[in-house]
Design a protein around this ligand. Structure first.
Ligand code: PBG
Length: 342
């Protein structure tokens, strides 16, 4: 039997080669390990999220996210952007925190509101920085949901779409390079693409939060952004964390509707999703290393339980290994400082 013969041969070869195959040979020095490293992180892959708060002279600590602040769109934001730019980071993801909220989230599309001010300011002072802006309603609505509610308190998908289009358009108008819809409404990419194209913004790219899961890992962000829903949860629109095939379906729909960059969010509990999306789709892929993932590491580190730089290095490489081209992380600044020094 040929099959048997083959396995006999293999055994023999195995025996003969015993001791010659030593993967450890390539681990004998840092230089060798670097030479054969399969993944790397360039500062150009990192995006720094920034919270911009309405007002003047604000630099406010966020207790739940040590090292992260809310900045007003004035000198405070300028200074932060200056530092980010000097570190070699090329892109920021902006979240606006308005003082006034209403049921329609009107501060999200008011051309003079906080997020539009911040976008204009960054593009004026640092045109080299790519501005990505979050397109959602939860930071702007009094009820904290990501869309318009019907009388029963359910988010109405079709009614929400024109608002998302308006928000994206107002951000593009202010100078955003990329808009990033995170509301998880069906057809949001199509609605936004049409709104942008219709008004002459055919070159504004869409980074869609194509598979965004309903996740406990957003906890610190919701405190930071004051965007927790005042009742209920987001499970009626964000994805069920038990599903991966559904994530692929969501992604496929966004590709068809004209998304330019895809995203998986959160990152760490969803590396399988990241890897599956990477294998099936050709578009650039981002992973969002979200607030809870950041704060857990910070908390353990401040207790002296873990070696933070080591853990961050592992986490960011895991995200790259799983297939992300772009990593959005609250560690972006710190990590860039480190790779500059090394
Ligand atoms: C929605 C939005 C959220 C995050 C980014 N965009 C919160 C949510 O869906 O409740 C979370 C990001 C993080 O946790 O770092 N506008």
């Amino acid at each position: 039997m040929i099959a048997n013969q083959e396995s006999e041969d293999e055994k023999k070869v195995d025996g003969d080669l015993g001791g010659t195959r030593k993967p450890r040979r390539l681990r004998t020095s840092p230089e060798l390990r670097d030479l054969v490293a399969e993944t790397s992180i360039d500062v150009a892959h990192l995006v720094m999220p920034i919270f911009v708060k309405e007002g003047g002279n604000v630099k406010e600590k966020i207790d739940e996210m040590p090292g992260i602040f809310r900045y007003s769109p004035d000198r405070e934001l300028d200074k932060e952007i200056e530092e980010i730019s000097s570190l070699g980071i090329k892109a920021v993801l902006l979240f606006g925190l308005p003082n006034k909220k209403d049921p329609l989230g009107s501060e999200a599309y008011n051309p003079e509101a906080v997020i539009q001010q911040a976008i204009r300011r960054i593009k004026d002072t640092h045109p080299e920085i790519l501005v990505i802006s979050d397109v959602c309603m939860c930071e702007y609505t009094a009820h904290g949901h990501c869309g318009i509610l019907d009388p029963a308190g359910r988010v109405e998908n079709e009614k929400t779409l024109p608002y998302l289009g308006k928000i994206a358009l107002s951000q593009a108008n202010a100078g955003a390079d990329i808009v990033a819809p995170s509301a998880m409404m069906d057809d949001q990419v199509l609605a936004i693409r049409r709104a942008l194209d219709f008004s002459g913004f055919a070159n504004t790219a869409i980074m869609s939060y194509s598979s965004k899961f309903a996740s406990g890992f957003y906890g610190p962000f919701r405190v930071a952004a004051g965007s927790a829903p005042s009742f209920g949860d987001r499970k009626g629109y964000q994805m069920d964390s038990r599903n991966i095939r559904e994530a692929l379906r969501e992604t496929e729909i966004d590709v068809e509707q004209g998304a330019d960059i895809l995203m998986v969010k959160p990152a760490l509990a969803y590396l399988d999703v990241l890897s599956a999306v990477r294998q099936r789709f050709q578009l650039p892929l981002a992973a969002y290393n979200v607030s809870g993932e950041y704060s857990m590491i910070k908390a353990a580190s401040s207790n002296g339980w873990i070696d933070e730089p080591r853990i961050v290095d592992e986490v960011l490489h895991a995200i790259r290994r799983a297939g992300a081209d772009i990593i959005i992380s609250y560690f972006s600044k710190e990590y860039s400082k480190r790779i500059r020094r090394e």
